[in-house]
Design a protein around this ligand. Structure first.
Ligand code: ADP
Ligand code: MG
Length: 317
């Protein structure tokens, strides 16, 4: 059987380096490098491909926005403040109207977060956009996927699943206010930079949700050598999604949808309700062992789909 995305990385690219300035390498949302005594450089890169990460026909401005947003989200997951980016563009043709719109979408977000474009590469080929992002975090205060401990609360920001519902809206050409709201949740995810900064020194572990809540929580648990139990009744529910899709589709969007770029994080067991950050929901608990179990009314729930893997198909049972 062909290797999945994460097996490819583990088998061929996850190599130990003796360099003392690599504080955190492959395996988290971004790398952390020692560049000075008081702060750390945080670096991540993400590629989006037409027909894979966004549907053919997506507006250029939305592609520009999204290419940066998904990268900012990885810095948010580390508790870092973004500063620069490089841009690698593979374009089927040189279309000025398209480029103008793409740049407008990209710089709209770049200006909001004061990110400077400092270099890149432009080639002819299928439509593929790669942004590499860098930023800073104060020494010893970056967030990782590996710090969760049994008893910790599992929390999530926003309403996961709305981006996947938005993608379904686009694919089915649905219209109306709820459809438009969900479409924007897919096309214009809001990177949770402020929340990531707020979680420094508070969260025991954090990551962003790009591939699906369950598959991403699996990764956090694997990195933390623990398991988790999700309380299905506690999951945030999307009113707009419920007006357009049936219950089982909505549950699938929340658990396996991906593309949300919300933060998934753990708080210490002793944290109380008043410690939940604004617009975040406690959805479960970290437990000893491994794997993520969904529960409803004290009973385990079987889940059809957990999220996205580029090489294993869409489902990771
Ligand atoms: P994210 O979804 O947060 O962007 P990924 O799931 O894509 O992270 O990747 C998991 C980890 O593997 C990250 O630390 C990433 O930097 C690393 N990684 C992915 N692809 C490669 C590669 N080809 N070479 C080296 N590291 C990689
Ligand atoms: Mg990530």
């Amino acid at each position: 059987m062909a290797l999945g995305e994460f097996d490819i990385i583990r088998k061929y690219f996850e190599r130990h380096s003796k360099r003392q300035d690599v504080l955190l390498g492959i395996g988290d949302d971004a790398a952390v490098l020692r560049t000075s005594a008081d702060r750390r450089l945080v670096v991540a890169v993400d590629t989006i491909v037409e027909g894979v990460h966004f549907p053919v026909g997506t507006q250029a401005a939305d592609i520009g926005y999204r290419a940066l947003a998904v990268n900012l989200s990885d810095l948010a997951a580390m508790g870092a403040e973004p500063s620069w980016m490089t841009l690698s563009l593979s374009l089927p043709q040189s279309n000025e109207r398209w480029l103008q719109d793409f740049a407008a979408g990209l710089f709209h977000l770049a200006e909001r977060y004061d990110v400077a474009l400092i270099g890149g590469d432009t080639v002819k080929g299928p439509l593929v956009v790669t942004v590499q992002i860098a930023g800073y975090v104060e020494a010893d205060s970056w967030l990782t996927r590996s710090g969760a401990r049994a008893g910790d609360h599992v929390c999530v920001s926003g309403v996961p699943g709305e981006a996947a519902a938005g993608l379904a809206v686009i694919e089915r050409s649905l219209s109306g206010a709820a459809a438009e709201y969900l479409r924007q949740r897919f096309l214009r995810p809001e990177p949770r930079i402020a929340l990531g900064r707020q979680l420094r020194g508070v969260a025991t572990a954090a990551m962003d949700i790009s591939d699906g809540l369950l598959t991403d929580l699996d990764k956090l648990c694997a990195a933390s050598h623990c398991g988790a139990v999700i309380d299905m009744a506690a999951l945030p529910r999307s009113q707009p999604a419920r007006t357009l899709f049936d219950e089982s589709a909505c549950v699938d969007f929340v658990l396996a949808g991906g593309d949300d770029y919300e933060l998934l994080f753990t708080l210490p067991a002793e944290a109380g309700e008043r410690d939940w950050p604004l617009r975040c929901t406690r959805i479960g608990r970290i437990v000893p062992g491994s794997g993520v179990q969904c529960m409803r009314d004290g009973q385990p729930v079987a889940v059809a789909r957990r999220g996205y893997d580029h090489f294993a198909g869409t489902s990771k049972p």
